[in-house]
Ligand binder design. Structure first.
Ligand SMILES: Nc1ncnc2c1ncn2[C@@H]1O[C@H](COP(=O)(O)OP(=O)(O)OP(=O)(O)O)[C@@H](O)[C@H]1O
Ligand SMILES: [Mg+2]
Length: 412
């Protein structure tokens, strides 16, 4: 009986709090997972940025990637690891690179999801170095009337970048004049005009992590640290299940192990509006009460993928979803079928059994850990990186209090 080591790499950018907690918890758990007569041990390491030889194996079984959407040398390292060394990565890097918000709206509309009506607009400006822009636009660009598009969509509507993130350039416009003003400001950004879900009565952000999901009631107008509310079990069971299916369908379709899906409920219908976030917010400064769930989800899915040597799906394989979309069935029944495909792709049943067998002590360990000075120090370090010095104490205490509220509530 041999001891085998599974190596987990953390590819990090500005992350501070969750990796610290992840590393502390892994140490406390000190896992030994029986596997085909051997025992698996787990090593966690932060991935270094350095030159690499294509023929040298990457040396990890799983990489949790939060960096390569903007650090391109590392993105190429990760792709090479997948195609040459059998590496498993969250998320599929080709899908992150190529599937913007726009494709996600288009594909999920095709699958039947009630995505608000969306138009794409040609950019307002082009770069000086796009030498053919002038002649091309002169020949082929058609003048258009944003006011008429507004009439088709209904007022107000949203103007936002087709590849959005962080509420950059998002404007709710109420008149043609406001629409033109926002468009004139948009510069080189390629913009969407999207019908607004007016009068919604619930806003949920569902975080998906492998087969795990968590629904958070979201308050978009609150200050950043209060947007994730601390409500739990606020959704009727059927609606929670509906949003689970929507989120897992999106994530399985695009090969995203972790992502979040924003949906608005109006007249009983859930409209997904923003679900291309394949490196979702994981910071205690926004998640606070939900942060321990996030850390545990990282840990469970990472250990599962490493232990079982889950094979990376190198290509996306959309056909089974399109085959369901083409059936003459109501949307709810199609969604059931999409979700079944997603559960197969995420190995939900196998994952649940793995956690029940090998990670059953995680909840108790996490509850204990999130009362320790190490955990509090991780919170403090993140707060210190984001807040002005005179607010560090106050906000560390605030987020810590919310984590303790999570413990007091029985770690939901
Ligand atoms: N179609 C819509 N109907 C109603 N509200 C919308 C719509 N689109 C956007 N919003 C509002 O604008 C906010 C920002 O839009 P969106 O989430 O698409 O942008 P983003 O830059 O991707 O945001 P994030 O910070 O979540 O990445 C949403 O959280 C929501 O409050
Ligand atoms: Mg959003």
């Amino acid at each position: 009986m041999a001891e085998l080591t599974r190596r987990i790499g953390l590819s990090l950018g500005a992350d501070i709090c969750w990796p610290l907690c992840f590393e502390h918890l892994m140490k406390r758990l000190n896992l030994r997972v029986p596997h085909q007569g051997d025992t698996l041990r787990f090593e966690v390491e932060r991935v270094a940025i350095q030159p690499f030889n294509l023929k040298e194996p990457v040396g990890y079984d799983v990489v949790v990637d939060r960096l390569t959407h903007w650090m391109h040398s590392q993105r190429e390292w990760i792709k090479k690891g997948i195609v040459m060394d059998g590496l498993y990565v969250f998320n599929n890097p080709w899908s992150v690179q190529s599937n913007e918000k726009h494709t996600t709206y288009a594909a999920m509309t095709k699958l039947g999801m009630p995505i608000p009506e969306t138009w794409m607009l040609p950019a307002k400006q082009y770069s000086e170095d796009q030498v053919d822009a002038r002649v091309t636009l002169k020949r082929y660009a058609r003048l258009f009337d944003l006011g008429k598009i507004g009439e088709r969509l209904g007022w107000p509507f949203f103007l936002k970048p087709y590849d959005g993130g962080g509420w950059r350039n998002v404007t709710r416009v109420k008149t043609a004049k406001e629409a033109w003003a926002a468009y004139d400001e948009s510069g080189k950004s390629v913009m969407h005009a999207q019908a607004s879900v007016e009068g919604y009565d619930a806003f949920v952000r569902t975080i998906g992590f492998g087969p795990q999901t968590r629904h958070v009631s979201y308050a978009p107008d609150a200050p950043l640290h209060d947007r994730y509310t601390q409500k739990v079990d606020f959704l009727p069971k059927a609606e929670a299940e509906h949003l689970r299916k929507v989120t897992l369908t999106i994530n399985a379709f695009f090969g995203w192990d972790f992502n979040s899906c924003e949906a608005l409920r109006r007249n009983g219908t859930w409209h997904p509006i923003d679900f291309a976030n394949p490196c979702p917010d994981s910071q205690v400064t926004s998640l606070h009460f939900h942060f321990p769930w996030m850390v545990k989800s990282y840990l469970r899915w990472t250990v599962f993928c490493a232990a079982t040597k889950r094979p990376m799906r190198k290509t996306l394989d959309w056909e089974p979803f399109y085959q369901v979309a083409a059936l003459d069935l109501p949307y709810a029944e199609k969604l059931d079928r999409y979700a079944r495909l997603a559960d197969e792709r995420f190995e939900t049943a196998k994952f649940d059994e793995f956690c029940a067998t090998h990670l059953k002590h995680l909840d108790a360990e996490a509850s204990e850990f999130f009362a320790t000075s190490e955990a509090k120090e991780a919170v403090r370090q993140k707060v210190a990186a984001l807040f002005p010095a005179h607010e560090v104490e106050q906000f560390t205490e605030l987020f810590w209090k919310r984590i303790q509220a999570w413990r007091a509530a029985g770690c939901p």
